[in-house]
Design a protein around this ligand. Structure first.
Ligand SMILES: CC(C)(COP(=O)(O)OP(=O)(O)OC[C@H]1O[C@@H](n2cnc3c(N)ncnc32)[C@H](O)[C@@H]1OP(=O)(O)O)[C@@H](O)C(=O)NCCC(=O)NCCS
Length: 112
């Protein structure tokens, strides 16, 4: 788990080793009052710099949502594949973002 501290905790994420040189970002979150200030990008860049050379790919899975996909794309991730029905199969309640129910998980990847 990585925590970004800038006069107090501003962001965190968990990074898991998925095997075959692939690392996965889980549960990245920035303190709500601090969205849009660059903390999310700084945390992803830090993880990429820290793990470069030991791993080949950084990946993340997210819903097909305008709240998250553009953020990852701005940070250099590209869409890799989709896991169909992930959110409907694994959660016991609907997850709605921007008025749309999340169904598939979109996996994005960035070469390290
Ligand atoms: C998604 C999240 C981590 C982004 O962190 P952030 O600190 O707000 O993002 P940054 O300020 O580092 O943004 C980096 C770039 O992405 C862009 N961006 C961020 N969110 C965006 C959005 N919803 N739509 C379009 N662009 C977005 C920023 O404008 C910035 O681009 P720029 O450098 O060209 O200006 C943050 O919004 C968050 O914690 N959300 C709630 C939890 C969550 O959804 N986590 C993701 C789970 S998959």
């Amino acid at each position: 788990m990585y925590v970004l501290d800038d006069n107090g905790v501003k962001a965190e994420c968990v990074v898991t080793d998925e095997g075959d040189g692939v690392l996965e970002i889980k549960n990245i979150a920035v303190v709500p009052e601090c969205h849009g200030l660059g903390y999310g990008r700084a945390l992803l860049d830090f993880v990429a710099r820290t793990c470069k050379g030991r791993y080949s790919v950084l990946q993340v899975g997210t819903g097909d949502s305008p709240l998250t996909i553009p953020f990852y794309e701005k940070c250099g991730f590209v869409r890799s594949h989709r896991i169909e029905h992930f959110f409907t199969d694994h959660y016991d309640h609907p997850i709605i973002e921007c008025g749309v129910r999340l169904v598939d998980m979109i996996v994005l990847r960035k070469e390290l």
